[in-house]
Every structure is written in structure tokens, then in C-alpha cells.
Design a protein around this ligand. Structure first.
Ligand code: PRX
Length: 665
């Protein structure tokens, strides 16, 4: 039995339960299940009243809203639609004149270990100054700005400055290619790019600005008027006269005060591109009011954040986790947070644990893939085992991005959490804006591998294809039956795709379909996510569309005739990309096959980004197809896993190709 199927089996028989102990419940905002149940009941009894109370209590409105939820244009729901506020004011200005103003907002640890602290007051001044620089470049409310930045204080400042003037940001992860960047610039119609000359990761300098130049040079980016360049390193870079401005140049002469521009609650705060089932990434559009409410609320509910906490979310600002739990949530909550530029394995695989000790981190939030790779490292080298560091500052641990297997959960619980820290296994998506199904640290009894129960007001359920509820124990599709404030508002430029992707007609057209399979446990009704039900892969917590990778492969027209991509389980990355390729020339073998596979990997890295590189590439004379010509993906998934083929293959034109495709390079 492969270790992956062993993992699946152990999830199925999981019956360990870890109730929160007194240290977790005492003083917790939601303390004990009765408190959780009461909030759920409040939401059920008076849905709008519940959200009205929370939106009034957690956000500062420049114009109070009178309408909480407008369903008249469902599924284009509107929240607090006649209210006005500013997201940056709700993260920064609101702390001025309170004890938070001189508190450290960001503890920045650079790749080389250098530490810089920024207080709330300083951050406000720096955000305001950069906001003035954006205005001076002609950027206005409603304009779109692409941010292609490393994990730095400046990255957070860029996002906050856009929010301050009502510009809609679209952050593109620094690992995406020039082509991916170009596509996003064009789709968003961005007027500016904010980038850095280089990013520092693992002791290496990686270019960012040069990739921006390459992306713009691919064409169609005439909307870009300014490229702001943060000089992260003294290394030289190539300047485009008349278009490029360094941060120093842009900030020169700009004041450190900038009045936040009030925007409508539904004003798009940001667009974040993510992979879907078709080739083209979707621009997930989030609104200002509902999103920010969720960022603040989940900091309180899920992380039970306290004034003395040091919060550390290891996600990059290029992903939704880095938006909600780096750029907005911790600031809205007035917390001190660690922002880390580097990677968990540099200069050694104990870096995370060392940083927890050094900064006395109390709430730590990371991805299962990082935990699994650090387990492997710790098991292979005593020197990087977490036991070498004092982790007693920790009180809550979090997990996000993919299912956490019970083995990794137990290791995290024992070796990092010292068996005392609750683990919040938070299920959510780019589209949900923030956590939707998650344990609460002071209330929920934990079961390893389960994201447990929906947050109050989240009407999550498991249904069949027609939208009918399924009983506990039966696997089905995860849906959310009522709208919630931080939900996706639309797909930028593509409202039809929004409706089709998330609100299927067969289910009535108003119920949110998450795209994940799930099952609820018989005893507690706890949710367990079983994985995507569409053609989306989750590699190291990064979302990738199989079609996106297939399009990239077949766009190598001199070489590739046809390609099919599937996922297979991987012990460290969760899933791995496996590509089956038919070339325009004879099927290669031996060294030649290895060399072509490498060429294709590099091609995919160039088209999408290194994260999309197929781990396995197999060559065949053809792909297994049905008589009608449809690729038999299920069969390919079995081959990728190395499973015995039990499906009926009698309809295959050429069964010999199965043998070819099973051959690993
Ligand atoms: O499949 C689910 C998985 O990640 C997908 C969302 O990916 P993305 O939009 O990139 O957002 C990731 C960060 C929130 C989901 O559809 N996923 C996320 N969290 C979990 C999870 N699967 C299982 N358990 C989780 N806690």
C-alpha cells in the first residue's frame, strides 16, 4: 500500500479527540461550545441583525450603512451596500490615539536574518506617503494597480496605499512568469505596476523588475503608465525612461499625511487571480466592507487574537492567505505580526522554529506542505529538530491551504504545540475571503484531519448534484447556502463565468458551490474536505488548473502534439503534477526522454511559473481515449498513482499505450 493511501485510510478511522483545555478556553472570545452555539443560533434567528451588529461593532464607517444584505440581484449579493468606509483607515488610522499607535505593527525579518520593527504610527506615515506618490502619478480611485513584490514591509505598504486612495490592487505572486503577469495586467487593465528590482530568497537574488519588463514587452500592456521600483538590493537594473520610478524618487517631496478616500462598501478592494477548471485564471473580485469585516472578525474568532500576541502567518502576500492574514487582518486587529522575507529551509530547516523563539511568536499559521517538509528535515537532521528551540511562547497553531494528514497534525501538535496549543485547521478559498470552516481555539474539540465546523453565520452543507442535503457519513459536494459578507463578488470582466462556476443552475442558482468534495462525520457532524471535485490541483497549497498546464504544454508547438495533466498524491507537496505528453516526433526513451522532459518543465516555468512544473512527465504514442475521443483522465490518474488498472479498458484503441505511459523516466 502506498503511504498516500495509508494516509487516506488513517483519516477515515480517525477517532482521536482533543478538547480544548483550560489554558485555551479561559479568557477566549468564544469560550466553550455553548458560546459558539449561541452565535450560530443568533445568525439563524436573525441573519441580517447578526451581520449588522458585527459590521457596526468591528468597522469604522464614514457613512453608516442602512441596508445589510441586498439579494435582489442574486447571486450578485451586496453587503452594507449604502455604507462608506476606507480599508486602510480601518487598519491604521483607527489605532491612532489608542495604546496601539506606538505598538509594533510589523516585525520584519529579512532573508539574511536582519530584523526591522515598524510601529503602527510609522506604518501609517509610510502608507500615507506612498499613497501620495501614487496620486502624484495620476492614480485615482477605481484604477487597477498590479503589485509584483517580494515579502517585505514595502509589499504591505503598496497594498495599503492602494486601499487608501481607493485604487483596486491585484497582487501577482513573485513566482509567476512574465507571461502570467502580462495576462493579469491586460485582464485587469492596470495603470501601474509596483515591483522591486530583485527579491531575496534563500540567499539568492531573483529578478522581479526584469520580469515586469519582459511581461510588458509581450504586448497589450499599453494601459501601464508607471512602474514603481523598490530597490531591495543595490544590484543594478534596467530603467525604462519616462515610465519607471524608484520608490525614493516617487516618495521625494511627498508628505506623510494622506486623507483616506471613503469608498462604497461594495467598491472592489482587490482582484486576485486564481486557477479554475479552464485554462484562463479567474480574477476573483472582493468588496471592501464585507471582506474587511471578515479579516477582522476571523482574527478575533479563529485566532482569538489578544493585545499581547505576536502573530505570524507565513503565507506570501501573493496569495489570498497573505492578503487576509498579513496585509489586512492583523492590522485591522491591531496585532503585532512577523513578516518574513525568506524561505523555511534557509540557512537551515530550523529557521521557522528559531524565528518563533526569537520573536516570541504566540499564534503561528502555516501550510501542511511546510510542516511535512520540515518533519522530513527534522527526522533527517537532529540539528534542525524543533526541540532545539524554546517554543513555549506559542499558544495557538493554524493550518491552511490543503488537507492536513493526521500524521502531520500529530507531529505539529506534539513537537511545535507542546501538546498544549489548539490547532485550527482552517478551510477556506480565495473566493471565500477568509476562514469559513474552522475550529475555534477556545471551544471546538479537535479531530486531526478535520476542519470541524462552520463559523457562525456560514451555512455550509454537503449536497448531491441537485443540491439535496446528504446525511452525515455520505460524501458529496461542499456548498454554502446563504451569502456571507466576504464572499467573492464576481469574476473581474466575466460575470457569466462567475455564475456558472459558483452558482450552478441545477442547484437553483443562488447556492455557493465551493468546488471541493467533503463528508461530515457520523458522530459530530464535523466536516472533512476530501479534495477538489473539478480540474484544480493543490500543489504545496498552491492552486493550479490542469487545463492551464495543458495549454502551456501544447503551446510548445514545435514539440508537443497533445498533453493531459492530472494530479497524484505526494507525501510532501500534497499533490504533484503529472503530465502525459504525445510529441510531434517519435516517442523518446532513455536520456533523450529525460532531456525533453526537462525542456518541457522549463517551458512550463516560463509560461506559468516554476510552481507549475510537472514533477512527472511520461511520453506515449497516444493518450487513452474513449471512442468519442475523450481523454480517460480517471485512467491517467490511476497510472500516475502507480495503481493497478481495474477500469474497463476494452474501448481503448491501443491498450499498449497504457504500458508506455506507466513507464517512469
Ligand atoms: O481544496 C481546498 C484547499 O484549497 C482550496 C483553495 O485554494 P486557494 O483559493 O488557493 O486558497 C488557499 C488558502 C485559503 C480549497 O478549495 N484547502 C484550503 N484550506 C484547506 C483546504 N483543503 C483542506 N483543508 C483545508 N484547511
Amino acid at each position: 500500500m502506498s503511504s498516500a493511501s495509508k494516509n487516506i485510510e488513517s483519516v477515515l478511522v480517525e477517532n482521536r479527540v482533543f478538547p480544548p483545555d483550560a489554558r485555551a478556553t479561559e479568557g477566549a472570545r468564544i469560550s466553550g461550545m455553548a458560546a459558539y452555539d449561541a452565535l450560530c443560533k443568533e445568525a439563524e434567528d436573525d441573519f441580517e441583525g447578526f451581520w449588522t451588529r458585527l459590521a457596526k461593532g468591528n468597522l469604522q464607517w464614514t457613512k453608516p450603512f442602512t441596508r445589510t444584505l441586498d439579494e435582489s440581484k442574486a447571486p450578485f449579493y451586496e453587503w452594507f451596500g449604502d455604507g462608506e468606509l476606507n480599508a486602510s483607515a480601518n487598519c491604521l488610522d483607527k489605532h491612532i490615539g489608542t495604546p496601539v499607535e506606538n505598538k509594533t505593527a510589523i516585525v520584519f525579518e529579512a532573508d539574511d536574518g536582519t530584523v526591522t520593527n515598524v510601529t503602527y504610527k510609522e506604518l501609517l506615515a509610510r502608507v500615507s506617503q506612498f499613497a501620495n506618490a501614487l496620486k502624484a502619478a495620476g492614480i485615482q480611485k477605481g484604477d487597477r494597480v498590479v503589485i509584483y513584490m517580494p515579502m517585505t514591509v514595502e509589499g504591505v505598504i503598496a497594498m495599503q496605499a492602494c486601499a487608501r486612495i481607493g485604487a483596486t490592487h491585484s497582487v501577482v505572486f513573485g513566482g509567476f512568469s512574465a507571461k502570467a503577469l502580462q495576462e493579469r495586467i491586460i485582464d485587469a487593465g492596470a495603470v501601474a505596476v509596483i515591483t522591486a528590482n530583485y527579491q531575496l530568497r534563500g540567499g539568492k537574488e531573483l529578478p522581479l523588475k526584469a520580469i515586469v519588463d519582459d511581461g510588458i514587452a509581450l504586448g497589450g500592456c499599453e494601459s501601464i503608465k508607471t512602474v514603481f521600483v523598490y530597490e531591495r538590493t543595490p544590484t543594478a537594473w534596467n530603467r525604462v525612461e519616462g515610465r519607471d520610478k524608484t520608490f525614493t524618487e516617487a516618495l521625494k517631496g511627498q508628505g506623510t499625511e494622506c486623507a483616506p478616500v471613503p469608498v462604497n462598501a461594495e467598491h472592489p478592494l482587490f482582484i486576485l487571480y486564481t486557477s479554475g477548471s479552464t485554462g484562463k485564471p479567474k480574477g476573483v473580485q472582493h468588496a471592501t466592507g464585507g471582506y474587511l469585516l471578515w479579516a477582522k472578525l476571523t482574527m478575533d474568532w479563529t485566532f482569538d487574537i489578544k493585545p499581547e500576541d505576536v502573530f505570524w502567518c507565513t503565507a506570501d502576500i501573493g496569495w489570498i492567505t497573505g492578503h487576509t492574514y498579513v496585509a489586512y487582518g492583523p492590522l485591522a486587529a491591531g496585532a503585532t505580526q512577523v513578516v518574513f522575507e525568506g524561505i523555511p529551509t534557509f540557512p537551515h530547516a530550523g529557521r521557522f522554529w528559531q524565528m518563533i523563539e526569537k520573536h516570541k511568536v504566540s499564534v503561528f499559521y502555516t501550510a501542511p506542505t511546510a510542516i511535512r517538509s520540515l518533519i522530513k528535515a527534522a527526522e533527517g537532521d537532529e540539528k534542525v529538530h524543533p526541540k532545539n528551540w524554546d517554543l513555549t511562547s506559542l499558544r495557538i497553531l493554524g493550518s491552511v491551504g490543503e488537507p492536513i494528514n493526521p500524521e502531520a497534525w500529530m507531529w505539529y501538535h506534539r513537537n511545535i504545540g507542546g501538546e498544549r496549543c489548539p490547532i485550527v485547521d482552517t478551510f477556506w478559498q480565495t473566493e471565500t475571503g477568509g476562514h469559513v470552516i474552522t475550529p475555534l481555539p477556545g471551544a471546538t474539540p479537535l479531530v486531526p484531519g478535520s476542519c470541524t465546523l462552520p463559523l457562525p453565520g456560514i451555512m455550509a452543507a454537503i449536497v448531491d448534484e441537485t443540491g439535496k442535503d446528504l446525511p452525515n457519513g455520505a460524501g458529496g459536494m461542499l456548498v454554502i447556502k446563504r451569502p456571507w459578507p466576504s464572499m467573492i463578488r464576481t469574476i473581474w470582466n466575466d460575470p457569466e463565468r462567475f455564475k456558472k462556476s459558483y452558482f450552478p443552475e441545477e442547484m437553483g442558482g443562488t447556492i455557493y458551490l465551493a468546488g471541493d468534495g467533503a463528508v461530515r462525520s457520523e458522530d459530530r457532524g464535523y466536516f472533512r474536505i476530501t479534495g477538489r471535485i473539478d480540474d484544480v490541483l493543490n500543489v504545496s497549497g498552491h492552486r493550479l488548473g490542469t487545463m492551464e498546464i495543458e495549454s502551456a504544454l501544447v503551446s510548445k508547438t514545435d514539440l508537443v502534439a497533445e498533453a493531459a495533466v492530472v494530479g497524484r498524491p505526494d507525501d510532501v507537496t500534497g499533490e504533484a503534477v503529472c503530465a502525459f505528453v504525445v510529441l510531434k516526433r517519435a516517442r523518446p526513451t532513455g536520456e533523450e526522454a529525460k532531456q525533453i522532459a526537462n525542456e518541457l518543465r522549463n517551458w512550463v516555468a516560463k509560461e506559468i511559473g516554476p510552481i507549475a512544473k510537472p514533477k512527472d512527465i511520461r511520453f506515449g504514442d497516444n493518450l487513452p481515449k474513449t471512442r468519442s475521443g475523450k481523454i480517460m483522465r480517471r485512467l491517467l490518474r490511476s497510472i500516475a498513482k502507480g495503481e493497478e488498472i481495474t477500469q474497463d479498458t476494452s474501448t481503448l484503441e491501443n491498450p499498449a499505450i497504457l504500458e508506455q505511459l506507466s513507464e517512469r523516466l
